[in-house]
Design a protein around this ligand. Structure first.
Ligand SMILES: [Zn+2]
Length: 426
């Protein structure tokens, strides 16, 4: 998996406050961290001529953000889909999740690259502005959408290749056994440039069909040297078991550490012994998880998974589509919402939130070397505030976003002017 492109970029970031409180100088050469030096060590801090310098002014500098899961072909389609799916997806027990998938599917009958591509561009622009430089994007590939959404996403990904890394998942949203022909279309999508084998086994009509669905995906991933990412157990039903099926198939096919389970909301309803067995199995399989607590009433038991040391990421999941009306591709906003929904409010829990959208999320996607450390690619955000609590509270676009040592976005803090009374409609 491509982590970052090589560049010749050199940059120095002075007075960068890392999340551990240390204030350092980041020396970047050829797009990577060449040195991380304590600013207190003023003897011989290198500052070669001609290298651009940014003074972070003691404000927080973090790794760039990682979005573990997004339905990129569907962004901004809510006006076409209507609100009925929203109500079905977020209803108390989530029994209506299947209904909302069927309602959302109607949009795909009018799929056309001419309107999908501008939507995808808008979502990737928003990503870069907010410092989200790695995205795992699910793209529907089925007998309704065909390869139209996939072609649109692959084309726009190419346009944005110097700004953001998009891992594209060929996703048979309507099932495989339920949708005859979807498997062949997914295989074709991989040949055309999709990176990851997708799946949604819980949607099949029987457990045997769900097993066959998982088996197809993991066998294909093993054969073609790909990763696998699935949407599992996404309804309020504690009898759903496709997360375990995925972990078992990864072990069978030699895919340890190369699989991701998204949503997995049913796990919140599992009896504790069942959950603990699954956590043990997931650890053996190296299965990563992505949770999007802002999109519905149930979510993965994130705290238990973090305490067990499993790789977990947060995902934006949706941007104004049939399942969720908001979303700015701002992972700090996603983390802020998760703080409330997961009850992650203390200082150590705020650090967890940051990890869930930076380094732990990178581990879920199989990206190596995401942390700010010598030798790693220089993908970072320079924020407007010194403390993590303020950065989370404001969830503002970073002051600077740096990719491979190159500034790719800059934002002012947004000012407030006192005493302006005109134009308030009074
Ligand atoms: Zn999703």
């Amino acid at each position: 998996m491509k982590a970052t492109a090589g560049t010749d970029a050199a940059l120095i970031v002075r007075n960068a406050r890392l999340v551990d409180g240390s204030v350092v100088r980041l020396v970047i050469e050829q797009g990577r961290y060449a040195a991380v030096i304590d600013e207190g060590d003023d003897a011989g801090l290198p500052e070669p001529d001609g290298v651009p310098v940014i003074d972070a002014q003691g404000h927080l500098v973090t790794e760039s953000f990682v979005n573990g899961h997004l339905h990129l072909d569907k962004v901004y389609t809510l006006p076409m889909a209507g609100d009925a799916g929203l109500a079905a997806y977020t209803a108390g027990s989530m029994g209506g999740a299947m209904t909302s998938i069927e309602l959302a599917s109607a949009v795909k009958r009018s799929y056309d690259r001419s309107w999908i591509e501008p939507h995808v561009r808008r979502a990737l622009e928003a990503a870069v502005r907010h410092g989200t430089l790695h995205v795992q994007a699910f793209v529907d590939v089925d007998t309704t959408a065909g390869l139209i959404g996939m072609e649109a996403v692959l084309a726009v990904r190419h346009e944005y290749r110097d700004l953001v890394d998009v891992q594209v998942v060929a996703f048979p949203q309507d099932g495989l056994l339920r949708d005859d022909g979807a498997a062949e279309l997914c295989e074709e999508a991989l040949r055309r440039g999709a990176d990851v084998v997708g799946g949604i086994p819980w949607i099949e009509h029987t457990d045997a069909d769900a097993e066959a669905h998982v088996e197809w995906a993991c066998a294909l991933a093993a054969q073609t040297g790909r990763r696998v990412a699935m949407l599992v157990d996404d309804a309020g039903d504690p009898s759903l078991r496709t997360t375990a099926m995925l972990a078992e198939a990864m072990l069978r096919h030699g895919l340890v550490g190369r699989g991701v389970a998204c949503h997995a909301r049913a796990l919140q309803l599992y009896p504790q012994p069942t959950l603990l067995r699954l956590i043990g199995l997931a650890r053996r399989a190296g299965l990563g998880f992505v949770s999007d607590p802002h999109t519905g009433p149930l979510h993965l038991p994130v705290r238990e998974f973090l305490e067990a040391g499993l790789p977990v990421a947060l995902g934006q999941d949706d941007i104004e589509d049939a399942y969720y009306p908001f979303g700015r591709h701002n992972m700090l906003e996603v983390a802020f919402l998760a703080a409330h929904l997961l009850g992650f409010l203390s200082g150590p829990e705020q650090r967890w939130l940051l990890e869930l959208v930076t380094c732990r999320a990178a581990a879920v996607l199989g990206l190596d070397g995401h942390r700010i450390a010598v030798g790693n690619p220089a993908n970072l955000c320079i924020h407007h505030d010194e403390r993590l609590v303020d950065v989370l509270r404001e969830h503002a676009a970073p002051r600077y976003v740096v990719r491979d040592g190159v500034v790719v976005a800059a934002s002012e803090s947004g000012g407030w002017v006192r005493g302006v009374r005109d134009g308030c409609g009074r």
